[in-house]
Design a protein around this ligand. Structure first.
Ligand code: PLP
Length: 370
């Protein structure tokens, strides 16, 4: 649906109409300077080849250093696999960790590709709805209840989450991992929005377990969506299976992206300035959305999304999004992308865009709904 909203928005722009984009979940900023410099220098050298399937050793070592620097954790570089975006990481994780027909629990709402990939691989998705009662996160009790109904092989959690930006507080994450391990359920942690945190602490699952599969990416905090580069931290027993699947699936991540990504960790000052602009965008939305009538949303702890209820205006967020685009010139993503059952009353606003656009969108929505 997000792609359809995007297409409709582009059609309108082609017809000369102004559209404020709040549907896309990607940074507006280019990749940071050290990344571009490293890529330019590599281009002069010229030859790009396959790398080892698990990635350039220099990048794996640099990622291991990131865990030491940012989290004080000693993660052996041998457990790190470089992937073509976290999207490939999920594919590899699901193929390596599960068997056909296994049941995997996901929080609803959640990122739609998890479900689509799992189903394409013949795995069964078990949706667990989350609500304000648990601060919109999965709890050990929910996992135990779902497992008791029918055996789960895995659970996948994102923190900060998409579409909500909500973080699992470290104690909540630790407790869920402990419960999963106790029940023999494989834990997968999507940490792609780490670094983009405004409130609270986004702890890595690696703090609590060497058996969790951690998936991360250079796409969001590092502003490198189009470079298609991410990584996984694997339990030791899954390193070789993931390596063999990656060898067959795509041989290796693009070498130029791997070289460029190695420089991304040196870009923190530039990236923090970009994050400060998201923080300002977040402030504008949290300040103004309630007054316009979007007065219920999940906690916006991190990422760059507000997942807001449209109940006051409509029970059909797909139709509401269509009208919002045509009548107010603001594009956002309707909830059914993220939650097939409850999503028709919700909508995701992305605040990854430019700050003046955020104010303009709030003005437009205020006038439209006022
Ligand atoms: C929660 C989440 N996980 C994973 C991805 C995939 O990102 P990439 O493949 O660019 O790393 C996205 C992209 O929007 C996302 O929102």
């Amino acid at each position: 649906m997000v792609m359809e909203v995007m297409r409709a928005a582009i059609d309108r722009e082609a017809a000369g109409e102004r559209v404020v984009h709040m549907e896309v979940g990607q940074p507006g900023a280019p990749a940071p300077r050290p990344v571009l410099d490293a890529a330019r220098a590599a281009l002069d050298h010229g030859r790009f080849a396959y790398t080892e399937a698990l990635g350039l050793r220099s990048l794996r070592a640099r990622i291991a250093r990131y865990y030491a620097d940012a989290h004080g954790l000693d993660v052996p570089k041998e457990r790190i696999a470089v992937t073509t975006g976290s999207s490939a990481g999920f594919n590899l994780a699901f193929l390596a960790a599960f068997d056909h027909g296994d049941r995997i629990a996901l929080a609803a709402p959640g990122y739609p590709a998890y479900r689509n990939l799992l189903q394409a691989l013949g795995l069964e998705v078990v949706d667990i709805p989350v609500d304000a009662g648990t601060r919109y996160v999965l709890t050990p009790e929910m996992l135990e209840a779902a497992h008791a109904r029918s055996r789960l092989a895995g659970v996948l959690v994102a923190s900060p989450a998409n579409p909500s930006g909500t973080i699992m507080q470290p104690e909540a994450l630790g407790a869920l991992i402990e419960a999963a391990h106790g029940l023999g359920i494989r834990f997968i942690s999507d940490e792609i929005y780490h670094g983009l945190v405004y409130d609270g602490v986004a702890e890595t699952a690696l703090r609590f377990s060497a058996d969790a599969i951690v998936v991360n990416s250079f796409s969001k905090y590092y502003c490198m969506t189009g470079w298609r580069i991410g990584w996984m931290v694997l339990p030791e027993a899954l390193v070789r299976p993931v390596e063999r699947i990656a060898q067959n699936l795509y041989i290796s991540a693009p070498e130029i992206s791997q070289i460029a990504a190695t420089a991304a960790f040196a870009a923190v000052p530039e990236l923090e300035a970009i994050k400060a602009s998201y923080a300002e965008n977040r402030r504008i939305l949290l300040d103004r959305l309630p007054g316009i009538g979007f007065d219920e949303f999940h906690p916006v702890d991190g990422a760059f999304y507000v997942y807001a209820s449209v109940r006051r205006f409509s029970n059909d967020s797909v139709e509401f999004a269509r009208r919002m685009l045509t009548e107010a010139g603001v594009a956002a993503t309707p909830g059914p992308d993220f939650d097939r059952t409850g999503g028709h009353q919700w909508m995701r606003f992305s605040f990854a865009g430019a700050t003046p656009d955020m104010s303009e969108a709030m003005d437009r929505l205020g006038t439209w709904l006022g």
